[in-house]
Ligand binder design. Structure first.
Ligand code: AMP
Length: 199
């Protein structure tokens, strides 16, 4: 597994009801910066996306934002894009997702909505098809991803997850355990106590 230098974070453009998710997002941003890892994200200035970027920037971290032009007014209003050291404008969502994938060595899904779900599921499908072996993390704050993990277990039990060995997302409960888990061995180690489960 190659060394991780950039981490893509997928998360809600909304803040969600539980204020601790915003806090955890900001903490993850802080940790990425302190570890010298570049944050790759959707360039949004709203919700949990904003918390992660703010957390990274306030610790002097490097941030790549990738956003389709048509979404700028909605997700990155005003001058919020100016704070990013690397900004990529795309023509559509597909191009955005491809560039986010190319630029990242690992993927983390924080709490989010349909967009977040779509993004992390696509990364898992590409892993299943053998297109990459980059680590995938479900940040399972307050059990947020429980229903999703149950669905994946159900699919597995019913015999619909093929190439199981290729789709092995990490499930990590606490924000502070994510960066150490990704960097400890260049990727992550089996039996890491911070990793509370796998698919
Ligand atoms: P959400 O989790 O719905 O708040 O969305 C989080 C992020 O995912 C936002 O930046 C959305 O623009 C993005 N997003 C929403 N739908 C899609 C999609 N179909 N493909 C890629 N990104 C999306």
């Amino acid at each position: 597994m190659s060394t991780i230098t950039s981490v893509c974070v997928y998360c809600g453009s909304s803040p969600g009801r539980d204020g601790s998710f915003l806090e955890a997002g900001r903490k993850l941003g802080n940790d990425l910066a302190r570890a010298g890892l570049r944050l790759v994200y959707g360039a949004g200035a709203t919700g949990i996306m904003n918390a992660v970027a703010t957390g990274c920037l306030e610790e002097g971290g490097a941030v790549t934002g990738i956003i389709p032009r048509f979404l700028i007014n909605k997700e990155a209003p005003g001058s919020s894009l100016d704070r990013l050291d690397d900004l990529i404008l795309t023509d559509d969502m597909h191009q955005r997702k491809h560039i986010m994938f190319d630029r990242s060595d690992a993927f983390v899904a924080l709490p989010g909505g349909i967009g977040t779900l779509e993004e992390i599921v696509e990364i898992m499908t590409w892993a299943q098809l053998g297109r990459h072996e980059k680590p995938i993390v479900f940040a399972n704050f307050s059990g947020f991803w429980g229903p999703m993990l149950s669905l994946l277990s159900h699919m597995k039990a019913e015999g619909f997850i093929h190439s199981q060995e290729r789709v092995r997302p990490l499930v990590i409960d606490r924000a502070e355990d994510i960066v150490p888990a990704l960097t400890r061995t260049g990727a992550y180690s089996e039996g890491d106590p911070a990793i509370i489960g796998r698919l």
